[in-house]
Ligand binder design. Structure first.
Ligand code: AMP
Length: 306
């Protein structure tokens, strides 16, 4: 059942309805086959493909979803313009080992319009991305809960690119005893260090050239912590100053946080997570990296795949 790079796009079956996906996956599990699940919003790139390959390597059946979820977009965000290309996505999914592509439309997912039931994880969701996008994570947690309920017991793959999202989903799954094993996967980057993102397609040539400043700021902070800098405020300022020095980037936040609670850390001991968000032209770019006190460059070398 596992896919190989030679698979054709039409070998990925498009499943548009909840009922059909449930029947298919229940049959697979009844036959003793394990299910890997990769939720996405489409316009796939190698970051998504890495999650699909990880799912294909560890499971008998791989299902991915493409659903641009209105619940997680604020009124002034890019719901209508979000890039879409189903033919290309289907080919990339096929080449990455996906068997079933769940492609519901909005009416299939939300037949009564906006849902009345909302899943929220306030302690993890209010800071950082949540401070700028206050309704975003409840939209994500709600749709992911719904997708987990549709897909059923599985291993589900999420990118560390969206580190706060991954933390929220792990907490939600634990709190609600959802029968899903959450697997976090490393950030996939372009050759110059920019973390891959569907929204990078909004960057102009000039902005695209400026965008790797986030990665450079993270590299510098990881190196400083590796060399023994223990002052969280000083490391935060180091990252902020580097972003501020790039005229095309406008810093939203730079932070040194506890990797489990996402609370800011003042005195760095052991492992921390560095978080960054900056507006570069139209897109808000986010990036992050792990760092360990006294371990030069260790976290980036281990975790990042280019
Ligand atoms: P999205 O389509 O942006 O909602 O992303 C779907 C999944 O792909 C999420 O789990 C993301 O964290 C993950 N993802 C997006 N970009 C990357 C990347 N550059 N590297 C690794 N995972 C990624």
């Amino acid at each position: 059942m596992i896919g190989t790079p030679s698979r054709q796009a039409d070998e990925v079956e498009l499943v548009p309805t909840i009922a059909e996906l449930r029947v298919r996956l229940d049959a697979e599990r009844a036959a003793g086959r394990s299910v890997g699940f990769v939720p996405t919003m489409g316009y796939l790139h190698d970051g998504h493909a890495s999650l699909m390959r990880a799912a294909a390597a560890a499971n008998d059946v791989v299902v991915s979803s493409i659903f641009v979820n209105p619940l997680q977009f604020a009124a002034d965000e890019d719901l209508e313009d979000y890039p879409r290309d189903l033919d290309r996505d289907r080919a990339l999914a096929a080449a990455s080992g996906v068997h079933l592509l769940f492609v519901p439309d909005v009416a299939e997912m939300y037949p009564r319009g906006p849902v009345d039931t909302v899943v929220a994880v306030p302690p993890l969701a209010e800071r950082w991305e949540g401070a700028t996008r206050p309704t975003h994570f409840s939209g994500v947690a709600t749709v992911v809960t719904k997708l987990f309920s549709i897909v059923g017991a599985c291993r589900a793959y999420f990118g560390e690119k969206d580190f706060q999202q991954l933390s929220i989903i792990r907490r939600m799954v634990a709190d609600l005893s959802i029968p899903v094993e959450v697997v976090g996967c490393p950030i996939i980057r372009e050759a110059d260090g920019l973390a891959m993102s569907s929204r990078n397609s909004y960057l102009t040539t000039e902005q695209r050239a400026a965008a790797p400043v986030l990665r450079r700021a993270l590299d510098t902070a990881v190196a400083a912590i590796g060399a023994g800098e223990a002052d969280g405020v000083a490391v935060t300022r180091l990252m902020a100053d580097l972003i501020d020095a790039e005229p095309l980037a406008e810093l939203d936040y730079a932070a040194v946080v506890d990797p489990d609670t996402l609370e800011p850390i003042e005195v760095i001991e052991g492992e921390v997570r560095l978080l960054l968000a900056a507006q570069v032209g139209r897109p808000r770019l986010i990036d992050n990296a792990g760092a360990t006190m006294g371990t030069p460059m260790g976290a980036l070398d281990e975790e990042d795949h280019r």
